[in-house]
Design a protein around this ligand. Structure first.
Ligand code: NAD
Length: 377
């Protein structure tokens, strides 16, 4: 049997904090994977986990993912995430949210919270009444719902993937199959439709489907048919782990590029896509638009700067895919290499500063120069 410190070692975490408040019923875990590049920013997930171990695994996995996402996006931020063990539909109330906010505050700015599954913009507003270490609210210069910026980043990444795979970057007449037309999927359909793409959509909620069908003239298929439809691009915008040994053999697309987190069920699924010649835009690199949007609050939210930074996702995906082609490594590994290179560089420049922020040494210019295929070598 392994203990918590074994888990921390395996995942490479700096800190995991457990919070309990008898009065409000709060059971929360804050996972700080890394502050090498800056304070650890990541959403809070409210979920009725089967047991504490499941909650711990989720916070460890998700917070590590945030370190990589921020590093590849060129942000001076570390990776963190929080989970609140509760059912957001029945257990959520103002007292619980404030109690969680106080837990965030107790970490003293090493962790900054935001929305994730089970949390809303309004919940962040409530949390912000007790801590300033929360972003993505609607009050006091809050950036609100990030899904439009996530979709815009995915749209940029799709164009880069088309270009690198030798299909030009025009979307006119290109068939895109979108799994999940919720917040991000809906906005993505809007960008794709305006660019002349043909949309094939699915969702388990009929109302969402009807809206997109009517607004953008999308073709609708059943949820289990989306993998095998005849299309150029498959855009997963619903669930994780949907690229696996059952679904990959069904794919007819040449590109997979969508917003869902943790799309590969296993690492080996990334190799399978690569060996089949399917270009995969790594999830955490293409879906960082939302993180870029909430992170912008920390410097005083400026929409123009956000749009500029989100549009750079094009260059990031292009660099990762070019490197993948040149070095014959799958794109998910090329993305990891880019993130790890940036982290290594940061550690090298300011060694022996565990638990402190080391971000400020790296200017944006330096970051962008790193986002070239050459820097990956
Ligand atoms: P959402 O809940 O608004 O939308 C997801 C949609 O997927 C819903 O309409 C749901 O009905 C549908 N869905 C669920 N299961 C399905 C299935 N089996 N088949 C087809 N459709 C199904 O969520 P969202 O905010 O649009 O996020 C979508 C994905 O992108 C998630 O994986 C999320 O983690 C990821 N993501 C979102 C953001 C953001 O800014 N919202 C940022 C980064 C990553």
């Amino acid at each position: 049997m392994t203990g918590i410190f074994d888990d921390l070692k395996d995942y490479g975490h700096e800190q995991v904090s457990f919070f309990h408040d008898e009065e409000t019923g709060l059971k929360a875990i804050i996972g700080i994977h890394s502050t090498v590049l800056g304070p650890a920013l990541g959403g809070c997930r409210m979920w009725k986990y089967a047991d504490d171990q499941e909650a711990l695994r989720d916070v460890l996995r998700l917070s590590r993912g945030m370190t990589y996402k921020a590093a590849v996006a060129g942000l001076n931020l570390g990776g963190g995430k929080a989970v609140v063990v509760a059912d957001s539909r029945t257990d959520k109330n103002e007292a619980l949210l404030k109690s969680f906010g106080r837990a965030v505050d107790a970490v003293g700015g090493r962790y900054i919270t935001a929305e994730d599954v089970g949390m809303t913009v309004a919940d962040i507003d409530t949390i912000r009444t007790v801590t300033r270490h929360a972003v993505g609210g609607s009050n006091e210069g809050g950036s609100g719902d990030p899904s439009d910026m996530t979709a815009l980043g995915v749209f940029q990444g799709i164009k880069a993937a088309l270009k690198v795979s030798g299909q030009g970057e025009k979307l006119e007449g290109v068939k895109v199959a979108i799994q999940g037309v919720g917040n991000v999927g809906y906005h993505l359909c809007s960008y794709l439709s305006a660019a002349g793409a043909k949309l094939i959509i699915t969702d388990i909620y009929p109302n969402q489907v009807k809206k997109v069908e009517q607004e953008f003239g999308a073709e609708v298929v059943a949820p289990d048919q989306i993998y095998s439809v005849d299309c150029d691009i498959f855009a997963p915008c619903a669930l994780g782990a949907i690229l696996n040994s059952r679904t990959i053999p069904q794919l007819k697309c040449s590109i997979v590029a969508g917003s869902a987190n943790n799309q590969l069920e296993k690492d080996e699924d990334g190799f399978t896509l690569f060996s089949k010649g399917i270009t995969y835009a790594p999830d955490y690199a293409i879906n960082s638009g939302g993180l870029i949007n909430v992170a912008a609050e920390l410097d005083g939210y400026n929409k123009e700067k956000v749009l500029n930074k989100v549009s750079q996702i094009y260059t990031t995906i292009e660099s990762i895919l070019e490197h993948s082609k040149k070095e014959h490594v799958p794109p998910h590994q090329a993305a990891d290499a880019l993130a790890e290179k940036r982290l290594k560089e940061a550690r090298k420049q300011t060694p022996n500063t565990s638990f402190g922020f080391r971000s400020q040494f790296m200017t944006d210019t330096k970051i962008m120069s790193e986002l070239t295929a050459a820097s990956l070598n």
